[in-house]
Ligand binder design. Structure first.
Ligand code: NAG
Ligand code: NAG
Ligand code: NAG
Ligand code: NAG
Ligand code: NAG
Ligand code: NAG
Ligand code: NAG
Ligand code: NAG
Length: 459
């Protein structure tokens, strides 16, 4: 994810006052068919933002202002859309996008993105591939690697970055992969959350204890360093300059969700251990008290009106992962399912703007559109609505249990990526030279300043 201080509403993706009409998506949550129908409308409106399948466009990229990571996150939502509804309409462009962004190292590090890619950006694409394996989403045609291999590739590159990063703060991944990027000296909960989440899910899918060991190690580090409090508040991150003492205390729903479903995967993997039961229960309790207002999900930046483009999509991930948790740790379902329903009902009330009067807004707690719409808003509403179809789908598949057959590859991600060596780039053009000078300048600031403080001011 990128530093993105104050981009909120621009005319390019916000509703103009006066356009607000009556709600045009209605859903009867006592009918699976009705939920599917509502999801189909929201899915169509979400995919209307995507142009990557058009000739001459780039599959797997969204137009500005949406960053590359969010496109990976969006296609995870589309895999889930297929899983929950059986509607295959968007599968061709979903598969095309995922395959286009694989990169030479089978780890979602494509040449065009690698230089500015963070562990979290890569992690969101990796988790999309993991979801494809877990839901038995159809494999991409040969010679594309299996979905499992892609998730393993991402995990393997990140595991390879741990040793270097561990020289600081006794463990934990850095936010950024490369030293020339702002944020290299920051260790954040979302990057470590992606690695924890993937490890726990790979353990569950493959039965390979190595992944579980690393998931435990990562969870323990996050807890011990204080990014997760004893009451399961999860903070944004911490700088290595002071040995990870001070914290950025911002709390985000995607951090709650990523640790919740990782813990639920470990709970399931350990056949219901008391330790992971307690963690799932604790994270869920704090998630509910932090991110729900009268049963409706809310990002903490909403009341101030200062959610940036990235943050506008976070409720998609909390919805996605709460639903998965209800399956993996069934004792949570009586708490989770009613909240997903009340949130979905509230969310649909915001879907009254845009050309067709069905695009959705950000603030579900208000009972009306708040004047915004965009990819993040749409994706969040789609995930929370389709999550209500959870009782109609099987739980995640697993090769270890004989229910999943995605092709894996433990050598994916092992090609020349030590975390410090950028991939060989294409021949330098004038445009790239400008970029290179800029990157060098940033690197110098990093060296001279020693510990250039990251300018994160997420509200
Ligand atoms: C949806 O389908 C599931 C599984 O068939 C069923 O258990 C559930 O009762 C249905 N829900 C509604 C609201 O009809
Ligand atoms: C890579 O970036 C260049 C320059 O922005 C663009 O023209 C090209 O289409 C991109 N290719 C891919 C595969 O992303
Ligand atoms: C840094 O913090 C870790 C615990 O997070 C501690 O084990 C280590 O000794 C500290 N190092 C320094 C140099 O203070
Ligand atoms: C969970 O139970 C299964 C089936 O009894 C067993 O094969 C597996 O080893 C158990 N897993 C763990 C982590 O104890
Ligand atoms: C979470 O809340 C439930 C219901 O209040 C309670 O029974 C449970 O002990 C709590 N879990 C933890 C870990 O505090
Ligand atoms: C693990 O998840 C499956 C659904 O995928 C569920 O049926 C099973 O009960 C879960 N195991 C435990 C120990 O809760
Ligand atoms: C897994 O099984 C399904 C159903 O039999 C099949 O369609 C699919 O091609 C298989 N996937 C792989 C990777 O073999
Ligand atoms: C388990 O995963 C680790 C990490 O990729 C790998 O080194 C090991 O060979 C795997 N074990 C098996 C039995 O596949």
């Amino acid at each position: 994810m990128r530093w993105n201080p104050s981009l909120v509403c621009t005319v390019a993706f916000c509703a103009l006052a006066g356009q607000v009409a009556d709600a045009t998506i209605t859903a009867d949550f006592t009918s699976n068919a009705s939920i599917k129908q509502a999801a189909a409308t929201v899915a169509k409106d979400l995919m209307a933002w995507y142009t990557g399948m058009n000739p001459g466009d780039v599959p797997g990229n969204l137009p500005s202002p949406y960053y590359w990571w969010e496109c990976g996150a969006m296609f995870n939502t589309m895999i889930n859309y297929w899983y929950y509804t059986g509607d295959t309409t968007y599968n061709p462009r979903t598969t095309q996008a995922l395959v286009a962004q694989i990169g030479e190292n089978t780890a979602f590090m494509p040449q065009n993105q690698t230089q500015s890619e963070g562990n979290d950006d890569q992690g969101f694409w990796g988790m999309a591939a993991m979801t494809a394996a877990e839901t038995n989403y159809p494999p991409a045609p040969a010679p594309a690697p299996g979905w499992l291999a892609l998730a393993q590739g991402v995990w393997t590159t990140q595991q390879g970055r741990w040793a270097e990063a561990s020289a600081y703060c006794n463990g934990g991944l850095r936010w950024q992969i490369y030293p020339f990027n702002n944020g290299y000296n920051y260790k954040n909960s979302i990057s470590n959350g992606c690695f924890f989440n993937l490890g726990a899910r790979l353990a569950l899918y493959t039965g390979n204890q190595t992944y579980a060991d690393w998931a435990i190690k990562t969870f323990d580090w996050v807890y011990d360093v204080g990014l997760m409090s004893p009451t399961y508040q999860i903070f944004d991150g911490t700088q290595i300059a002071d040995n990870c003492t001070a914290k950025d205390h911002n709390t985000w729903s995607y951090n709650a969700g990523i640790y919740l479903v990782g813990a639920a995967s470990m709970y399931n993997y350990t056949n219901g251990s008391a330790e992971w039961h307690d963690r799932v229960s604790g994270i869920l309790n704090t998630t509910v008290s932090t991110f729900f207002v009268n049963g409706v999900m809310q990002e903490l930046c909403e009341p101030s009106g200062k959610c940036n483009v990235d943050q506008r999509s976070f409720k998609a991930y909390l919805s996605r992962w709460m639903a998965a948790t209800a399956k993996l740790a069934p004792f949570t379902a009586p708490t989770i399912m009613p909240l997903l329903q009340s949130s979905a009902e509230a969310a649909l009330k915001t879907c009254t703007v845009g050309g067709g009067n069905t695009q959705c807004g950000l603030m579900w707690t208000t009972g009306a559109n708040d004047g915004s719409y965009g990819v993040g808003e749409e994706m969040s509403v789609l995930e929370v609505v389709q999550s209500n179809l959870l009782p109609t789908v099987p739980g995640w598949a697993s090769a270890a249990k004989g229910t999943g057959n995605s092709t894996g590859d433990i050598s994916a991600g092992t090609k020349s990526d030590t975390g410090d060596t950028p991939l060989v780039l294409s021949p330098i053009t004038t445009g790239d030279r400008v970029g290179a000078v800029f990157l060098t300048a940033l690197a110098l600031v990093g060296v001279i300043g020693g510990t250039a403080t990251m300018m994160v001011t997420e509200a």
